[in-house]
Write a protein that binds this ligand. Structure first.
Ligand SMILES: [Zn+2]
Length: 120
């Protein structure tokens, strides 16, 4: 399952970062996921429950922030948000756009441990 391998690598990354904080427990992990990253949040949450079992992340909360798809429109010379993933056209001028600026992210935004929050 696609989501399980994603979650496993998140758990690895967080566990590695926790080595600097002996005994700390994770409260919350925030993810930034692009609308084009093709992950299903329900699957992520389900896999998170399994993958964090018996790790310092056990019982922590996974927060998924979906970020919209941004493309650069040469015609308007600005980044525009693509509402429909069916057709990549500028919502302003209707020209086709192909220069992806945002939307494939799959990264840890922040990790909250005990009372301390660490930005990554
Ligand atoms: Zn445009």
């Amino acid at each position: 399952m696609h989501e399980l391998s994603i979650v496993s690598s998140i758990v690895d990354t967080v566990t590695e970062k926790l080595e600097a904080y002996p005994g700390a427990r994770v409260k919350e992990v925030r993810l930034r996921v692009g609308a084009l990253a093709a992950v299903i949040e329900d699957s992520l949450q389900f896999c998170y429950g399994i993958a964090t079992d018996d790790t310092p992340l056990q019982g922590s909360k996974l927060v998924v922030n979906i970020v919209p798809v941004l493309m650069h429109c040469d015609h308007c010379d600005e980044d525009v948000e693509i509402a429909s993933l069916q057709s990549f056209r500028c919502p302003e001028c209707d020209e086709p756009v192909s220069d992806l600026r945002q939307g494939r992210e799959l990264e840890i935004e922040s990790i909250e441990i005990d009372e301390v929050e660490e930005k990554v």
